[in-house]
Design a protein around this ligand. Structure first.
Ligand SMILES: [Zn+2]
Length: 160
């Protein structure tokens, strides 16, 4: 009689634990049945009831799949990389236009004869006027013009 086993050798909590451990240890249903005095089929049906079958041994060992992509880290790295790229792209724009230097004092103005290698040669005034014409004459480390007139020269024909 198929039902006799239950009465002769019932599934106690202890045997159920043994069956779980045996499953976790990778033992076969036959081995497990031999250990706890059950038939192979009885062990298999118990495993099914406990939800252990179907090759999902990790369910009871608590292990997670190892080949899962580390999603959060991947996303964080992505965000940081994007932020860095934005900063590089925005860098030159944030610096803005070069500040325009102050116009040199008119006291430095000089005539053509007074120009030297390191004075600004920016013409000031109208060249057709005899006394109104002179050169900037400010000292410059980057001839032929001082910083101010270099900026002016650079912007000539533009905004001015
Ligand atoms: Zn100048």
């Amino acid at each position: 009689m198929a039902g006799n086993e239950y009465w002769v050798n019932p599934w106690t909590d202890e045997r159920i634990e043994q069956a779980k451990e045996a499953f976790a240890a990778g033992k076969s249903a036959k081995e497990t049945g031999d250990e706890i005095g059950k038939t192979r089929n009885s062990v298999i049906s118990k495993w099914h009831r406990l939800g252990l079958c179907g090759g999902e041994r990790r369910l009871i060992t608590g292990q997670r799949p190892k080949n899962r992509p580390a999603r959060p880290e991947f996303l964080v790295a992505n965000i940081l990389e994007r932020r860095k790229r934005n900063q590089e792209a925005n860098g030159p724009r944030k610096r803005g236009p070069k500040p325009i230097p102050a116009e040199p004092d008119s006291g430095s103005r000089c005539s053509l004869m007074e120009l030297t290698a390191d004075t600004c040669r920016w013409p000031i005034g109208d060249i057709t006027e005899r006394d109104g014409f002179s050169f900037c004459g400010a000292y410059t480390s980057e001839p032929p013009y001082c910083e101010f007139h270099q900026a002016r020269a650079y912007n000539r024909g533009g905004s001015q």
